[in-house]
Design a protein. Structure first.
Length: 166
């Protein structure tokens, strides 16, 4: 089985946007389920070498998700947001939750609006993550804090996880 192909994060038409795509060797319905069910998301939605401390998903418009991530150094990082749009198994839109922990200089990336598309390409799923930040400066700060590398690492783990389920 061919290794999933990945594209680097690239700016969209705006300097405040990032697009990450990945081709996954799994059917779209399974990819969507593994993205939206806590028992699955807790196993892959992490940067490399991180562990999950909690995973809660309330999959409804206005519902919240929370994934607690712990670094190898023992530092905790929250990943949380509120769903704005849910169209199974094609599309999710969420806004990262803003609070004092996500201010510039906090060590956590700025939050933005994220659209996740689950497309069909042959027997594979084309996953597209489109993040829109509040400004080019917020995008630059997120990229400097590892937005791209964290997602790339998590998606590499996701591809491996999905292969175990197919």
């Amino acid at each position: 089985m061919e290794a999933p192909r990945m594209q680097q994060a690239v700016p969209d038409d705006s300097a405040s946007e990032v697009l990450i795509t990945r081709l996954l060797d799994a059917p779209r319905e399974l990819v969507f389920r593994c993205w939206t069910e806590p028992e699955h998301a807790a196993r892959w939605w992490l940067p490399p070498s991180f562990s999950a401390t909690a995973c809660e998903i309330d999959l409804r418009v206005g519902g919240r998700f929370y994934i607690g991530m712990r670094s190898p150094q023992g530092e905790d990082y929250p990943c949380e947001g509120v769903y704005e749009e849910i169209l199974p198994p094609e599309r999710l839109v969420y806004r990262g939750m803003d609070d004092d922990r996500h201010a510039c200089g906090s060590g956590l990336p700025p939050r933005g609006r994220v659209t996740v598309l689950f497309g069909v390409q042959g027997g594979q799923t084309r996953l597209s993550i489109h993040a829109r930040f509040s400004s080019p400066q917020a995008r630059a700060a997120a990229m400097a804090m590892g937005f791209d590398s964290s997602w790339q690492g998590a998606l590499a783990g996701f591809a491996i996880y999905l292969r175990q389920l197919v």
